[in-house]
Design a protein around this ligand. Structure first.
Ligand SMILES: CC(C)(COP(=O)(O)OP(=O)(O)OC[C@H]1O[C@@H](n2cnc3c(N)ncnc32)[C@H](O)[C@@H]1OP(=O)(O)O)[C@@H](O)C(=O)NCCC(=O)NCCS
Length: 173
């Protein structure tokens, strides 16, 4: 479903993907199947999004952002692709890529600096500023975001010793 009040210029959109009101999607963007792109999302040209991805309201995905399958991006999370931007000084050579790997979650209002990779099933806490790569299954939060624990693929939060809140040790998978 592509809502009539969105402006979707890309034809590269998979089956069963829903795109809601006031989204703007540029023509070269690629979006997989069964995604939910909530209202007021902007997606630039050189953006690739996998399958089963949820992008909550108010997110902008700039050139160079790649989102793999089953990723959740919370409302108003902010991506960046230029480390030292200046008005009217556009140089593609300065653009840096961002990769969000399978199953990762980015909390509401987190900011991801350019050139970052967020590993498989990692979780970034709400409001965090991500300044370095995040390993798979890691829980990061704060400003700057730092390693606070781990998370399993089905969303059980673990401390740095990989224990859940009941003290049970988990394998990461
Ligand atoms: C990161 C997160 C998963 C941690 O959950 P948790 O382990 O249950 O966290 P707790 O409430 O036990 O907090 C543990 C400590 O971390 C701090 N903390 C928790 N989340 C934080 C965050 N996002 N940023 C900074 N500090 C945070 C708490 O203040 C607490 O500190 P204290 O020990 O000094 O009191 C959760 O807080 C979070 O940010 N979830 C994302 C929510 C979201 O964005 N959802 C989007 C859908 S709408």
């Amino acid at each position: 479903m592509i809502h009539l009040k969105s402006d979707v210029l890309s034809k590269n959109i998979g089956k069963d993907t829903n795109i809601w009101q006031f989204c703007v999607i540029l023509p070269e963007a690629i979006i997989g199947s069964n995604c939910n792109i909530c209202a007021c999302v902007f997606i630039e040209n050189r953006v690739s999004i996998g399958n089963n991805v949820t992008i909550k309201n108010g997110v902008q995905l700039w050139d160079g952002v790649t989102i793999e399958d089953n990723v959740f991006i919370g409302p108003n999370a902010t991506f960046t692709n230029e480390l030292v931007p200046r008005s009217k000084a556009y140089d593609d050579d300065n653009l840096m890529s961002t990769l969000v790997k399978t199953g990762a979650t980015i909390g509401a209002n987190a900011t991801i600096l350019p050139g970052i990779t967020i590993g498989e099933y990692a979780l970034v806490g709400a409001g965090s500023v991500v300044t370095s790569n995040i390993p798979p299954y890691a829980l990061y939060f704060g400003n700057p975001a730092s390693h606070q624990g781990y998370i399993t693929s089905n969303g059980i939060l673990l401390n740095l010793q990989k224990k859940d809140k009941n003290g049970v040790v988990h394998q990461l998978k």
